[in-house]
Unconditional design. Sequence first.
Length: 561
Amino acid sequence: MKKIIILLSVFCVGCKTQSVMVKPTGLVVDKAMVVSAREEASKIGVEIMNKGGNAFDAMVATELALAVAYPYAGNLGGGGFMVYRKANGETGTLDYREKAPLAATKDMFLDDKGNVIKGKSTTTALAIGIPGTIAGVFEVHKKLGSLPIEEILKPVIELAERGVIVTNKQEKRLNEYRNELIKINGVNSLLSTVFKENDTIKYPALAATLRRISKNGRDEFYKGETAKILVQYLQEKGAIITMEDLAKYEAKWRTPLTFKYKDLKIISMPPPSSGGICLAQIFKMIAPYDLEKMGHNSSKSIQVIVEAERRAYADRSYFLGDPDFVKIPLKALMADDYLKQRMANFNFDKATLSSDIKEGNVNYNESTETTHYSIVDQFGNAIAATTTLNAGYGSKYYCDALGFFLNNEMDDFSTKPGEPNMFGLVGNEANSIAPQKRMLSSMTPTIVEKNEKLFMVVGSPGGSTIITSVLQTILNVYEYSLSMQEAVNAPRFHHQWLPDLITFEPNTFDTKTFDILKSKGYKINEKTTPVIGKVDAILVLPNQTLEGGADFRGDDKAVGF
Ligand code: DON
């Protein structure tokens, strides 16, 4: 036996033998956990598991409870991605991303001269993609759920009726967005009202919608009364979504994108998310470097990670889009030789210039307007799910009759080659608009295995910064020996090829580190963002208990038993 262990450790170069157990600093529970953006949603997910439901039942409950408790990003009018790993090791992903309506056209956001019309893909009703969330949760339930849907939705409907208490952060967000919400929805719309911390917001219209969905199933949203009310509302507002668009919508099971990093196996979302493929490229490019020795958030570690990010995001812009519409050279992009050659021109003395990789010049802002939750159940099943309306409160269009916001996901398409979207991401033909096509995403729900066992469940909001937030959280635990909660809390940085800047969370990094990086030609940006990502993760500790990492940047909360 001893011999086998020695042999294994000789062959597994660079593998971690976690000899010292890192002290957990987040919530630790024995069996089951949900970490999400709101305590109410985490609690409902856990309640479902407590009743004997599995992680998939809990997913349905948590996703819809977020639509009630966290309308900023939780949704019925948006979409998302889910990655799962069953206790027996089987893995899969579900794509419930929004789609472009049948009447969408490639140039729909351009003027006669071919220039992008500012705001048309973000704040008009044309920005709305066909919602996928209800199709998504029902698909999960049909394939993998165990409790009746009515039982799962009951606490969610009760929450909408009882109401949700406004947190301090929520009050601030509502204040920040109120003028925009009033402009679109008028003063009488539910969230146009001034709400203060500790007030309770009740959602009776949403409760009624959910009750109909609970009774009539998925088709209520796509073909039934809800569909009719929704399409009438959308058409009044100038959207192009029709009953046919809703009826045609399907969520899609996709093969996970998996790859190895040392002795970790990382299971993530394939296109139409760029998350998994970019994560794979970055991990493979940094693998030859000894990050642990370089130190957490040291200038050298930052350089290696940034240079890999720069190269991955350049590829993202050119190659990635909806795989149902474009051919993506996934194998070639993930090939070890290709990625080795990609990093060949990097050295520690001097920053590579993004303009030397490909030209461009753009601006962007990061934010946290999507939401991610992680679940592990008492049977050992795990779920990472990220769901979004795109911007905060999506397109801001709130259908008062149904009680939910509509997304502005059309902005995730490349409206024109080389033209940045709201996250400063540039794209090309591969991500151009076409009827029924899904827009490219950065959402990166991810599950990590170590020694063939469940190790971590992780994900984040943050637009283009999602991928780099997930990357750093995994590295923080695996390379830098932080606890799950510390890994989530640790200050983050981000590079996305264009603009050619390293963005840091303000006032969290050493100025000496900045001086070193500047001397090598890196441009430092601490201005455009208060936070990068908002990670909710679960780590399986060596003794099989679960540690939650709930991001302090939001109201996020780990709950479990
Ligand atoms: O799918 C995407 O990549 C974006 N729609 C996600 C938006 C997001 O994370 C907003 N929060 N910052």
